[in-house]
Design a protein around this ligand. Structure first.
Ligand code: AMP
Length: 399
């Protein structure tokens, strides 16, 4: 390891994911995760040199979790003292309107992220803990925060404003923020490389379809609309989240079904989406259920595709015409050829043509899966949020 490396940390409410990245070569040198922090059956996993090590042990808190990460590096390698770590890059879900760019952490930055907790009560508390503990353990190198929301700060007010009374919305910072920004930005840049085009010279649509899912309209490299809103609940159908629905359903569930606010919150975020429609949120299993003739799974698939196609159509209108490329990324987008085929078929009226053979090929490479005569290129590009965070972190500390 002769290049400078960055330790990327993604701390959630009860998890810490980490990766040691060489931003120059793009190599993920080692990585792993700590799960079920605060529970008696905690889990740590560490990957290095093609080997995976996992242990179950109680993890009391984030500090304990990160000390376990250091122990795993010590035991299984690589030795952190020899790893040329020049900075720690932290993924933070909600940066509000406060952080349009990656930022070097100081006490004031930590306080501002803490102030944003009411906007992201599920996500930002874990981030704050992760940053605090990591600053203690890696006290002699800079820490940088990279926000999931920053890429979407360029959206016009017409796209990010909800039609609510304006003073109330302002008082409670209610607007569309968008999430998965690091992924949308990275993939849109990779799309330009794949097409051999200057990023600023064309329009594109990126569909990040993982267990969480979002889609964005990008004009000349700048985000102009996205499907997630105040929180990651809005937009596409997801593994366990509803995505768009009539907001009055929330009221109806409280009045008619007697659910509390917390129960509705859990229902919409954890029990809905594919899981609510057919009992399973893993797309591989949804496909297997469809093969076996399960009607609920077939409808779940149709609802998922319908919503996606509707968003693509609306983003064509937002962009003022056909985009140069529609890119699929993340677990479902990269691996599920049937979704890509169904979406492209639905867009056949716009001249979109999928190359069925190319689309069926499984690969970790960025690739075009449409035919040469398609009016819009359809691409599959693996996302790599850790690499994007590592590169943005290094660029900032070297600046
Ligand atoms: P992510 O959040 O990006 O890790 O994506 C998770 C989702 O990707 C889950 O719904 C998985 O079922 C789905 N996924 C992963 N691998 C495949 C695959 N080979 N075929 C279909 N879906 C997949």
């Amino acid at each position: 390891m002769s290049h400078a490396t960055v330790l990327v940390i993604n701390a959630g409410s009860s998890t810490i994911k980490y990766q040691l990245v060489d931003p120059t070569s793009g190599e993920a040198i080692a990585g792993g995760l700590v799960e079920r922090i605060g529970e008696s059956n905690g889990l740590v996993e560490h990957r290095y040199h093609g080997e995976e090590h996992s242990e179950e042990l109680p993890i009391t808190d984030h500090g304990h979790g990160l000390r376990e990460v250091l122990r795993l590096f010590d035991t299984h390698g690589p030795r952190l003292a020899d790893a040329h770590i020049v900075a720690v890059g932290h993924r933070v879900v909600q940066g509000g309107s406060v952080f349009p760019h990656p930022t070097v952490v100081d006490d004031d930055v930590v306080e501002k992220i803490r102030d944003l907790i009411p906007l992201a009560p599920l996500h930002n508390p874990g981030s704050v803990r992760g940053i605090e503990v990591a600053r203690e353990l890696f006290s002699d190198i800079p820490h940088v925060v990279v926000f999931d929301t920053s890429f979407f700060q360029t959206m016009p007010a017409s796209a990010y404003t909800y039609a609510l009374p304006k003073d109330l919305a302002a008082e409670h910072s209610i607007r569309r923020y968008g999430f998965h920004g690091t992924s949308h930005q990275y993939v849109s840049e990779q799309a330009a490389l794949l097409l051999g085009r200057d990023l600023t010279s064309f329009n594109q649509i990126v569909a990040h379809l993982g267990s969480g899912a979002s889609i964005s309209a990008i004009a000349g490299g700048t985000a102009v609309d996205t499907s997630m809103g105040l929180t990651p609940l809005e937009g596409l159908v997801m593994g366990t989240r509803t995505g768009d629905m009539d907001p009055a359903i929330v009221l109806h569930l409280q009045r008619a079904a007697g659910l509390s606010i917390d129960e509705v919150n859990t229902l919409l975020n954890k029990e809905s989406g594919l899981k609510g429609l057919c009992g399973n949120n893993d797309f591989r299993e949804v496909l297997a259920m469809i093969e076996a003739g399960n009607q609920d799974a077939a409808l779940a698939f149709d609802v998922y595709v319908h919503r996606l196609v509707k968003y693509i159509g609306s983003y064509m209108a937002v962009l003022g015409g056909l985009p140069e490329v529609i890119t699929f990324t993340a677990g479902v987008g990269e691996n599920n050829a049937l979704i890509r085929e169904r979406v492209a078929d639905a867009l056949a009226g716009f001249g979109v043509r999928i190359d069925k053979e190319a689309n069926a090929v499984r690969s970790k490479e960025a690739r075009i899966v449409s035919t040469p005569d398609s009016t819009v290129a359809v691409a599959v590009i693996p996302t790599n949020e850790e690499l994007a965070i590592a590169r943005q972190t290094l660029a900032l500390v070297e600046a």
